[in-house]
Write a protein that binds this ligand. Structure first.
Ligand code: COA
Length: 256
């Protein structure tokens, strides 16, 4: 277990809170492992009907801990645990609500594509700068994001690191509501409690009908294989070193 993930039960709603605000809630392997365990247990626990993701501080999450990526790139670290988390999210049959208080980077944004109700604070910003890190999209976002917002906007997010404001995300169908930050969690909790009063069998069947889970899982596997290769490249090592050294990366010395 880790202190950086808080778990609270409100009746039939299981709330999972990213709690590492000093690192903008960057997701460490320990946090992924704990979150994956919670997701898998919740699927089996008949007393849990709805999941709610939220976060402490001013960010939802700055994405995967780049120090963990850097450790893999240098051949030292354990394999990233993000894949198991994403897999569990994609397999989740119960409804998932997200309350996003601020910046969501990388998996912070792509995990929202697997949520069923997404509430953003008006200060939220969504980014997926995978190419800036010499990586590729994950969590089936290479399939799901263009399907939601079109190829051109999705490519600009992946390849140029362009951000979407909360208002843009709402317009583009990536969020249900935009709220002032101090009203966000209450609104998301209220929605989660409302879902918990609905017939679970019907909710699960509806969610299943709305998603092509096999196609999504196949895309996650394809992306995962390429992502793993990319983590070992000199380009990725340069990107991670640049982040640690607080400088811009220089990819000009690498050929494709
Ligand atoms: N992994 C590890 N540490 C991270 C992190 C990440 N993804 N994102 C932020 N942090 C850490 C910073 O290193 C810093 O740690 P320090 O105080 O020990 O130096 C702390 O969190 C605060 O971040 P900082 O960069 O000082 O805050 P900021 O408000 O200037 O910028 C971000 C916030 C999120 C824009 C910036 O930290 C960032 O770009 N992070 C990387 C995001 C990313 O590329 N994620 C991977 C996507 S696949």
């Amino acid at each position: 277990m880790t202190d950086h993930l808080k778990i609270i039960r409100h009746g039939a709603v299981l709330e999972i809170t990213f709690a590492r605000p000093e690192k903008k809630n960057a997701l460490s392997n320990a946090m992924y492992r704990a979150a994956t365990g919670q997701l898998n247990a919740a699927e089996k626990d008949t007393s849990v009907r709805v999941l709610l993701f939220s976060a402490e501080g001013d960010a939802f999450t700055a994405g995967n801990d780049i120090a963990d990526f850097a450790a893999v790139a240098s051949g030292k670290g354990e394999p990233p645990q993000a894949h198991a988390f994403i897999d569990a999210l994609a397999r989740a049959e119960k409804p998932i609500v997200a309350a996003v208080p601020g910046l969501a980077v990388g998996v912070g944004t792509t995990m929202l594509l697997h949520c069923d109700l997404v509430y953003l604070s008006d200060t939220a910003k969504l980014t997926t700068p995978f190419v800036n890190l010499a990586l590729v999209p994950e969590a089936a976002s290479s399939l799901l994001l263009p399907a939601r917002i079109g190829h051109l906007r999705a490519f600009a997010m992946f390849a140029l690191g362009e951000a979407l404001s909360a208002a843009e995300a709402l317009t583009l169908g990536l969020a249900n509501k935009v709220l002032p930050k101090d009203a966000l969690l209450d609104a998301a909790r209220e929605a989660a409690q409302a879902l918990a009063t609905r017939p679970l069998g019907s909710l699960v069947a509806t969610k299943k009908l709305m998603r092509d889970a096999n196609r999504i899982l196949a895309q996650i596997a394809n992306e995962g294989a390429i992502f793993k290769e990319r983590l070992q490249t000199p380009e990725a090592r340069e990107a991670f070193a640049a982040f640690a050294e607080r400088r811009q990366p220089d990819f000009s010395k690498f050929a494709s």
